[in-house]
Design a protein around this ligand. Sequence first.
Ligand SMILES: C[S@@+](CC[C@H](N)C(=O)[O-])C[C@H]1O[C@@H](n2cnc3c(N)ncnc32)[C@H](O)[C@@H]1O
Length: 258
Amino acid sequence: MAALPNRERSPVFAAIAIQLVVFGGIYLLRSPLEGVLDYPVPLLWLSLSQGLIAGIITRGFGFSAPWVIGQVIAPPLLLFALALNLPSWIFPVILVLLVLVFWNVAVGRVPLFLTNRTTSEAILKLLPKKKGLHVTDLGSGLGGTLRYLAQKMPDARFTGLETAPLPFALSWMIGKIVGGRNLDYRFRDIFREDLSGYDVIYCFLSPVPMPRLYEKAKKEMKPGSLFISNSFEVPGHRPDKIIKVADRRQTKLLIWRM
Ligand SMILES: C[S@@+](CC[C@H](N)C(=O)[O-])C[C@H]1O[C@@H](n2cnc3c(N)ncnc32)[C@H](O)[C@@H]1O
């Protein structure tokens, strides 16, 4: 059985640590500052300062723009939520839901974002029109890409692998209700799957798992099969073909023939 990917230090924990350190600093400085100003600093200003300082530090550590934006808006958002006087059980529930959706961010560093329809159409054009073709989406998210492809190619089989509990449960249920018999979703880590049975692998992950996943695919996939990565390169391995999709984010599909 293949080993699980390395457990790298997660940006989630680093981001939380930065917020806590900034919170500590602001907490310590608040009284002296109010003494100097002779004026109680409003909580809104404190939370805006907290977000701004945390954002600057986060940027300084080389985090990408979405992380920085998240750091800047998190403290005022939290304050806003507290001001709404929502029942206290809402916060743990939201936290649990976020964990269930973004399960693979902390360890694997792969968030949930979805393949758009224009890209799914481009993938459809790339699939060999062969009866019994077996296609997988590694990290299938809400399952939409495979539902579309399975509907367009009833003679092929489509298998999605996902370990984020909520996306998996949703894709599985929707697949049972509206999906055809050529479509299934499995709760499985992509690094635990034997890839030798697939003719086409599609993945839309992040830069982090790509080198390891490519090596695994190279070892296990049949000669002639296709490995398609949405957007993310494999350092040191040039794709055999690149398709530029005419969507708003100018998606690139990187294709390797094994
Ligand atoms: C960017 S989303 C792509 C979703 C879907 N493939 C699409 O294109 O719409 C990546 C998905 O991969 C899942 N994922 C990440 N690492 C995984 C792993 N090791 N095993 C299974 N799923 C994983 C994440 O939970 C996330 O839902």
